[in-house]
Design a protein around this ligand. Sequence first.
Ligand SMILES: Cc1ncc(COP(=O)(O)O)c(C=O)c1O
Length: 446
Amino acid sequence: MAERNFVKIITDVPGPKSRQLYSEMEQNVPRACAHMTPIAVSRAKGATVTDVDGNTYIDFAGGIGVLNVGHCPDEVVKAIKEQADNYLHTCWHVLFYESYIRLANKLNTITPGQFPKKTIFLNSGAEAVENAIKIAKYHTKRYGILSFLEGFHGRTAAAMSLTGQIQPYKYNFGPPIPWIYHLPFAYCYRCPFGQTYPDCELACVKYIERVFESVIPPDAVAGLIVEPVQGEGGFIVPPKEFLPELYKICKEKGIVFIDDEVQTGVARTGKMFAIEHFAIEPDLVTTAKSIGGGMVLSAVTGKAELMDAPHVGGLGSTFGGHPLSCQAGLATLDLVEKNNLVARANTIGDKIKQAYNAMQEKYPIIGDVRALGAMAAMELVKDRKTKEPAKQETIQAREYCYKNGLIAIGAGIHGNVIRNLVPLVITDEELEEGLSILEEAIKSVS
Ligand SMILES: Cc1ncc(COP(=O)(O)O)c(C=O)c1O
């Protein structure tokens, strides 16, 4: 294998130690808890990882959008170590502590909306979503929730029910929780109404009126949950009017607008939160992934009157807002500001978009390029006219990537999207090297 600047492939990929661990994993871990690569990591820093066989890779996955501040930033590691010397766990519901309060205050300050806010901390994105739904129901005393086709909100019962993808998330896992209704998202490349933006006049938004007439009346709807850019669904960036129109409907009908920023948040899209691109002040915001800088942390932040609706003891979690995670969260958000990662996301996003657009001109297999800031993806198709998804080729391209030193992951309801969630601390040289491996991968399947 050729040696590059940052990537060093010194054995086969996967190497012997990764292969050994993989077979032990197969004996001990259920297959449902699946893998995008057969590589076992030994250490990671910034935007590069080293496997147990000594191979190094550039990381375009960032732990699926968790590592916007990079692998193991010194400041975050230091904060965790210092906290570990003091106390590990008290349970928030028994003894409270300063870092939880400081971090809540930070999220109350940096999330959009000029109104009093409160924040509760939990562990996973799904748990944040579950709690946001509970809060919306409690506040409105209504039980319907609107979510979107192709959307993803997690794997627990309510989060799975809100998710708009059967495979792999819902198939055979039993009936969803009741009173959830899926709406079409503005997936313009594959418009559910067969129309073209802007001539469509947002047929997908108009469709909601029919849902209110035929399926659930608006005064039975507690909340609408939406990803400003659909993540697992394939990095689908809606046209600029889509979210404001949804927001307007929510305001008219007294429906809580829940902005799921689990994947889009913390500078990824070139704003601290993606919803800022659309000048919306959501009632509730769910965050997770990158707010913990690699630690287990999620949150619901929202209007104080909504957050305070549920009775005392109605919300919570044994580990939610763990002291190590809160310290990591504080250090992470400091780093985002200190290193101006919002601006960096725009610079990185521009470079990625330019590279993807140039590739699209050369390789007909790239049907669509979508990006908002550094949340960028390409959708692969067998034929640009029929748009038949090129799922097998996408798998092969990703395999080419990891075998040649780039971790690149997929997305999309048809499994034919390659997404980029590169740590925002990547250097220009690392980014260029990663993009050139990706181009070779695309060439190899074209
Ligand atoms: C938008 C969104 N919401 C919720 C979740 C669920 O997060 P978790 O896997 O931490 O439960 C994800 C995870 O990818 C997500 O992208």
